[in-house]
Design a protein around this ligand. Sequence first.
Ligand code: GLA
Length: 472
Amino acid sequence: MPHRCLAALALAAAATPPPRQRQDIGKLPALGYNTWNDVRCDGVDATTILSLAQGLVQSNFSQKGYTFLNVDDCWQAPLLNDKGELVPDSLKFPDGIRPVVDKVHALGLRFGLYADRGFYTCAFRAGSRHHERTHAKQFHDWQIDYLKYDSCWSPNLRRKGALEDYRRMRDALAEYAPNVHYSLCGWSSWYAPAVSGEEGYHSWRISADCDEFANIYEAARTMEQLSDYAGPAKGYNDPDMLVGTSTGAVTLTPTQSRTQFDLWCVLAAPLLLGTNPSRMNAWDLETYGDAEVIKIDQDPLGKQGTPVSSTCPPHTPKDNWWCSPWSMPRDVFEVWTGLLRALAAVLLTSSLLLRGAGRPKAAAVAFILAIGSAGYVRVLHTYRPRVAACQQVWAKPLADGDVALLFVNWAPDDAAVACDAECLDSAGLTRRPLYVREVRARANRAPLVDGASALVQRVGGGGGSVLLRVGL
Ligand code: GLA
């Protein structure tokens, strides 16, 4: 065998991720990339997945810990085969899933796949309902490392039934694919008390899709009440994937995108990139590549941060379903409200024409329907998530005794955000002097000495934030 081939093989063998012990899976929040926020449905195919995998390695993200390459919805055909098995879309994955997984593994990465507890996935591909064991066996044959299990098109709309659906796949994985990281995607905070600490559940979505900044605010406010459910022996609350500023089906402003990332790290959230690692702009490279910030997310204590100061209004977490006003994805919301408005206009015109033609009853029906459609559009708009003009300080205790403090300004204008004596006390920062490091700026500030009772921080508007690491 020529030397070059031997060298390539040796490299591949060296890069292959070591087999993981079951007890280590999900001990810390998962780090990697997911296709959904970046390439949505159309971009999911074997060639793209392999180039994304190479991108994760070449851009050094894999060395920084981003080792999961997760393929979201649309890798499957719309129907199961006659044995009830999932069938990879033959145009997108002509050689099936396993060869792609092998190549991804050879690059030292782990491979994640998406399935759904209903009859169909959210993008109308075949679901796993009633075929959980068959599919878990396929996942094992394909050697996948991570399963995102979504919540569309199941007749089990209530909590008990939803949990039964999730439990069936959990049990099937335990039987056939016990080394798979199991990530629930039920978009609601009640999953946290239900599955945290239960064997075989590693993370669970607690809120709607983060495809606009208002959803990020919603997710953060929902996380406030869930910190007790996160930890190495419990699993992690998942406020959804990251939204970048470079490529992608959804993007945020640079300020908002960085705030999402830094907040997610303080929240011990899974960090799944939503932007192509090979095509990231300098801002995103800096946001997601900052080792000091990633370290806060991956801190071995696995504690989820909590607000130690907040001017925000009280918040009630919402039970989301896919097409509820507060969780309907932005693109669906726009198409849907556009259609309803057009319908209202057609009905109103018909009503006038029918009246003119001497058909008062039909005109009245068309008029009522027009009012109904317009009213529904109004309700949808009223209940869309909105960002409150408030400020917060979040604190996350770290294993070395330091505390990560994140000052967030959700309001549109710049503001001075203070962590006063009570706030510092709540963060466990009771002694003086306090050593303060501005993490992103890599700058140590003058220590906070006796007599100085507050940390005050100027924070940019429109979702700005400043991350400090404070030590005793
Ligand atoms: C749901 C999930 C998203 C994504 C899509 C795919 O909306 O919440 O994260 O997986 O389905 O269709």
